[in-house]
Design a binder for this molecule. Structure first.
Ligand SMILES: CCCCCCCC/C=C\CCCCCCCC(=O)SCCNC(=O)CCNC(=O)[C@H](O)C(C)(C)COP(=O)(O)OP(=O)(O)OC[C@H]1O[C@@H](n2cnc3c(N)ncnc32)[C@H](O)[C@@H]1OP(=O)(O)O
Length: 211
């Protein structure tokens, strides 16, 4: 399939420079998020840290992008989903996952979900589990050359997903015209914790561009 967007012609050295510039900020912010829920310092330290964070925020808000990263980085070929909440280099909300995919339509990732993703005590929030499953299903269908929007996502939570080191696997099951069915599972230390099935659909707007 020929993706209906022009190729990304940003030179490698520019991408490398941006990676080196913004990656460490998101990494520091991830640790900040973790410490917002896990630090146990005394109130004076919290107040001092709050002032430090506010100073950093004041620096960063001096220039705000007009387009989101997803809107700007749509081109075909090298994608830079840096704002994505699951894999985004620049997004501290993202664990982030490093997803490995093969063109047969399989994707997998070993990742870590820390205390900032807690739902039930000691367990990953079910919405976060769904977020990760949706994303990695999307990678599997994309790897098979059948990108689409999630039309329907069905999740069965088999057991609580413990915070910590986890694995997710996704694979394409079936294809029919503009629709692709894929399955996925999250695996914890005691086996599969959640299973998902997604139907991915190439949206009408993109179908019309490709026609
Ligand atoms: C190619 C697109 C990608 C663009 C992005 C480019 C680069 C991005 C790079 C990297 C990012 C990676 C990010 C991954 C993140 C994970 C994925 C998400 O989170 S996606 C967000 C959540 N999902 C939505 O917001 C969908 C909202 N819904 C819609 O947009 C539409 O309803 C859509 C596209 C699902 C269907 O709209 P229609 O207008 O194309 O569909 P009609 O022509 O009515 O139907 C076509 C067929 O699909 C079935 N269908 C329609 N809706 C369905 C549904 N919800 N579930 C199942 N089947 C459905 C129909 O029954 C019909 O089937 P019959 O041809 O008759 O067999």
């Amino acid at each position: 399939m020929n993706w209906p967007f022009p190729p990304d012609e940003t030179p490698d050295h520019v991408v490398e420079h941006e990676t080196a510039t913004w990656g460490p900020l998101a990494e520091a912010a991830r640790e900040l998020v973790d410490l917002c829920v896990m630090s146990d310092v005394d109130p004076e330290e919290v107040a001092a840290a709050t002032a430090d964070v506010e100073a950093a925020v004041a620096r960063l808000r001096k220039v705000r992008r007009t387009q989101t990263l997803g809107q700007e980085h749509l081109p075909a070929g090298r994608r830079r989903p840096w704002g994505n909440p699951v894999i985004g280099l620049r997004n501290p909300i993202a664990p982030p996952l490093q997803v490995h995919s093969v063109p047969e339509g399989r994707s997998e990732s070993d990742f870590h979900c820390g205390p900032a993703y807690e739902g039930p005590p000691g367990l990953v929030h079910g919405g976060v589990v769904a977020l990760i499953l949706d994303q990695v299903l999307g990678h599997a269908v994309g790897a098979k050359g059948r990108p689409g929007m999630t039309g329907t996502l069905t999740i069965v939570y088999r057991q609580g997903t413990p915070l910590g080191d986890l694995r997710v696997e996704a694979w394409v099951e079936r294809e029919d015209g503009i629709k692709t069915w894929a399955k996925a599972q999250v695996i914890g230390p005691d086996g599969v914790t959640a299973e998902a099935e997604g139907v991915f659909i190439l949206p009408r707007a993109i179908r019309e561009q490709l026609a």
